[in-house]
Ligand binder design. Structure first.
Ligand SMILES: [Ca+2]
Ligand SMILES: [Ca+2]
Ligand SMILES: [Fe+2]
Length: 450
């Protein structure tokens, strides 16, 4: 068994050396080479493969701690592996490819900062498979460069958090076969005291339900970190810049309130609900099982965590989320003058490239809300939501749970087409040549074989 530290494994009070001592039997004792400054090491996996375990952490922080020195050390290991005729397989805590679109803007602390540089380095080092964690979600992503070299980032969830999955990977010359398995029960005798009978029962009969309950609880507890006014506003800043985002601060205040409104029925006789707000704007809320839009957001997160997410743009839950944004924008922008609105829309258009956001310009996106009176607000809603919808609704990359990752990239289609074209031309030329030759032969019997 080989380990590599995550950001919660060693803080300032636990040194790099302590970690290596504690986990001596899990990589460090049999390491081929160990980095002195971090917990990175290499170890032999088989005759053909060597492990490159990279410590991507910055003690005491959630974000990555990759340094130029560590990259250099890893480069030296890659050179040595090449000399020794070994192929490297990498494990590290932080993701190095985006697992949802715009991950470096939406969740910047989960991906290594020198993202592009890392991609190129791994390709140059001949690394094809990298296993990562940190985000606690199931996803496989890939990157292929212009020379048709591919590297995969296989991200796996935490064992102790929803969806409690682990992977098996079988590697041979043709590629890596990845299967996902879920833990469905735990050994109760190793649990500390303090669990109620009810919890023990659930742990034993339905671990997944138990884990989902814990996840919902912690999501609720940390709601301000994920979808609080501050969190949303600073996320938008990373997309559209400070000026446009500042205009939208009142919107976030309203939006965060609307998220927690009941969707269908007010809780008190003079309370509000999303259905009433939408109805006053001529919209009908679709039916879902969710009580609030906050519950809906949690549902989207669970879908992405489990992997293989596939929510079409027309899904009623996406529509509901759009209505929540639209009604909040309507509330906030009612008293804002046309000039300011136009300036804001210009900023949004300029900063959110429409090419990168097919949802914002798709007919499905425009129609999803139904007929709305205010076209400007519709466009704002689409532009602001597109990055999130693009990121959380559909995964068009590699399957996330069970996948076969080939060892060699298939020849690129354009290359194949080019070769076929050349072949066809040569073939056509030969045909003409032999047809001509046959005519000559007929004309001048001297040339005929007999
Ligand atoms: Ca995914
Ligand atoms: Ca994927
Ligand atoms: Fe982590």
């Amino acid at each position: 068994m080989f380990v590599v530290p995550g950001n919660h494994d060693y803080f300032n009070r636990i040194s790099v050396q302590t970690f290596k001592d504690v986990y001596a039997d899990f990589g460090y004792a049999e390491a081929l080479e160990t980095d002195g400054k971090t917990c990175s090491y290499t170890a032999e996996l088989s005759e053909k493969y060597r492990l490159l375990a990279l410590d991507s952490c910055k003690p005491g922080y959630g974000e990555d701690g990759f340094t130029a020195e560590l990259l250099q050390w890893a480069g030296e290991q890659a050179a040595r592996a090449k000399k020794d005729g070994k192929t490297l397989i990498t494990i590290m805590h932080h993701n190095f490819l985006e697992h949802i679109r715009f991950q470096s803007k939406i969740l910047p602390a989960f991906i290594v900062r020198p993202e592009l540089e890392m991609k190129m380095r791994f390709l140059d080092w001949g690394v094809r498979y990298v296993f990562t964690g940190h985000t606690h979600a199931q996803d496989i992503a890939s990157f292929t460069d212009g020379a048709n070299r591919t590297v995969y980032d296989v991200m796996t969830t935490s064992l102790t958090g929803y969806p409690c999955a682990y992977r098996s990977a079988v590697l041979n010359d043709s590629g890596m076969d990845i299967q996902t398995h879920r833990i469905d029960r735990v050994d109760l005798k190793n649990l500390p005291a303090g669990y109620t009978d009810e919890l023990l029962e659930e742990l034993q009969t339905d671990l997944n339900k138990y884990a989902l309950g814990c996840f919902a609880h912690s999501f609720e507890k940390k709601k301000d970190d994920y979808i609080g006014e501050q969190a949303l506003s600073s996320m938008l800043k990373r997309f559209v810049g400070d000026k446009a985002a500042a205009f939208l601060d009142p919107f976030f205040r309203t939006f965060v309130q609307t998220i927690f409104l009941p969707i269908y029925e007010p809780e008190t006789p003079d309370g509000k609900c999303l259905a009433d707000l939408s109805r006053s704007l001529g919209l009908t809320v679709p039916e879902t099982a969710h009580r609030t839009v906050f519950d809906l957001v949690f549902y989207f997160v669970c879908v992405v965590y489990s992997g293989d997410e596939n929510l079409p743009y027309s899904d009623p839950q996406i529509l509901l989320f759009m209505q929540c944004v639209y009604t909040s924008l309507y509330e906030t922008m009612r008293d804002v003058n046309t000039q300011t609105r136009d300036a804001l829309l210009r900023d949004l258009r300029a900063n959110l490239s429409e090419d990168a956001l097919p949802f914002a310009v798709s007919a499905a996106g425009k129609l999803a809300l139904g007929t709305v009176k205010d076209d400007r607000l519709l466009e704002m809603t689409l532009l602001m939501l597109a990055p999130l919808i693009e990121s959380f609704s559909m995964d068009q990359d590699i399957p996330d749970n069970d996948a076969f990752l080939p060892a060699q990239s298939a020849a690129k289609q354009p290359v194949l087409q080019f070769l076929r074209q050349i072949f066809e031309r040569v073939f056509a030329f030969l045909q003409r040549y032999f047809a001509g030759l046959a005519r000559i032969v007929k004309k001048y019997p001297l040339f005929a074989w007999n």
